[in-house]
Design a protein around this ligand. Structure first.
Ligand code: PHE
Length: 431
């Protein structure tokens, strides 16, 4: 990882002083919402492999962050404790973790095919400004991804990045023209086996000078689009060998044309990455007139689930030896052997919703109580009483541990808590 640079100190809004001054795929989010379809970086902490940042102070990119820099009882803040505890885990920097193994294998592909020209970043702070996360990549003011329902806000101007595209503009401004950014990203979302509020993405950007292209006689956009698809098809073959895949047209505010790559896994088409030709406006604003560029963002968990046969996204966070011991540095695609399958337990909850009710808010409450013991929250019934003008929802919650059998008592406690908090926090009326 010697070639991995750390720019964190230098990046906007990532210094402690800035934080303090400011009071301080479904598929990828952007496909869910933009297109059709969902650190402890200090060396010392890093060496303690599986240590959770339980202390009230953690370090991100060399900057000390106190818990109340991130989690605050303030209407402009919606970061819960369980999300704070994931900050700084940096699973993608662990060489023996499926995500680290996959990251390194993608690095290998780029190093080999582009003679080490892509500069790698994997330690940029996930705390970014609204400007970086949204404005710089042309996300419209009224776009759903900006809502408190979809994104974790630290305050009105600071978020936990919801995609690694948040670093595109800054790195371009700093003069980088070929780079990879890997990092943890955060999104409020529903709960099932492929969605977790924290996951990992790798972003790639490649810039071409139009002056160079004139020689080849093609227009810049098609040149970049062709180069992009060639790069990604090569990467997919490098990682998967033979796998069924397809290109789907997509929409992202920051690219045009835009595409998604889907892979067939467990009887379903799974979106694993979004990509496209970068909007000229972004390049211009970053001082790159007369250039054309492509970008892609891929979800590491999605790919790793397919490559290692990992059935549930929660497993990536497991510290259970029976999981962690199955993976080792440089060994991509060793199939995960489930150590045992523990029975799920289903509990239903029904209530009359109100105007502000959203499924993401419900899932946040459930996750806050049950943590990784919740496997899925699924709407199983909805009806409207026309006379009363009220709508009732029934959700089925699947509780299941990846590591052990849960007792009835434990599940009943969780469910009792869920019922209480759904009522008190979401202000809905239980039935
Ligand atoms: N940022 C997009 C997402 O998270 C992915 C993407 C990156 C798409 C770069 C196009 C270009 O869904």
């Amino acid at each position: 990882m010697a070639s991995t640079l750390s720019l964190t100190q230098a990046l906007l809004f990532t210094t402690a002083s800035n934080l303090l001054r400011r009071n301080s795929l479904r598929t990828t989010v952007f496909s869910a919402s933009f297109s059709s379809s969902s650190a402890l970086s200090s060396d010392s902490l890093h060496r303690k492999k599986w240590a959770q940042p339980v202390s009230s102070l953690l370090e991100l990119g060399g900057v000390a962050i106190a818990k109340d820099d991130v989690v605050r009882d303030d209407p402009t803040n919606n970061v819960p404790d369980n999300i704070f505890s994931k900050l700084g885990m940096q699973l993608h920097r662990r060489d023996n973790h499926p995500l680290g193994i996959l990251k390194n294998e993608i690095y290998n592909y780029f190093d080999t095919n582009y003679s080490n020209k892509f500069i790698k970043f994997d330690d940029l702070s996930p705390i970014v400004s609204v400007k970086e996360n949204f404005d710089d990549v042309l996300v419209p003011e009224d776009h759903v991804s900006r809502s408190y329902n979809d994104t974790y806000y630290i305050d009105s101007q600071t978020v936990l990045r919801c995609h690694t595209s948040a670093h595109q503009a800054e790195l371009l401004r700093r003069g980088y023209t070929q780079f990879l950014v890997t990092g943890d990203v955060y999104r409020r979302d529903s709960i099932d086996s492929t969605h977790y509020p924290v996951f990992h993405q790798m972003e790639a950007v490649r810039v071409f000078s139009l002056n160079d292209l004139e020689v080849s006689g093609t227009d810049g956009t098609s040149y970049a689009a062709d180069d992009l698809k060639k790069c990604l098809e090569g990467l997919a073959r490098h990682l998967f060998g033979a796998v069924e895949m397809r290109w789907v047209d997509a929409y992202f505010p920051f690219t045009d044309p835009s595409f998604e790559l889907e892979i067939f896994f467990q009887e379903k088409w799974l979106e694993v990455l979004g990509c496209g030709v970068m909007e000229q406006k972004i390049l211009k604003k970053c001082g790159k007139e007369n250039h054309v560029a492509w970008a892609f963002g891929l979800g590491l968990e999605r790919l790793a689930m397919v490559l290692f046969g990992i059935p549930d996204v929660r497993l990536f966070w497991s510290a259970d030896e029976r999981f962690t011991s199955q993976f080792s540095k440089g060994k991509l695609g060793v199939k995960f052997k489930p150590f045992s399958k523990f029975p799920p337990c289903y509990k239903d909850i029904s209530f009359w919703i109100n105007e502000s009710f959203t499924e993401n808010n419900l899932c946040e409450v459930v996750r806050g109580i049950a943590g990784d013991l919740v496997e899925e929250v699924q709407l199983i019934d909805s009806f409207t009483n026309e006379k009363k003008g009220m709508t009732s929802h029934c959700y089925r919650i699947a509780y299941r541990s990846m590591e052990r059998s849960l007792t009835d008592e434990e599940i009943n406690d969780l469910q009792r808590n869920v019922r209480e908090q759904v009522q008190s926090k979401l202000k809905v009326v239980l039935r």
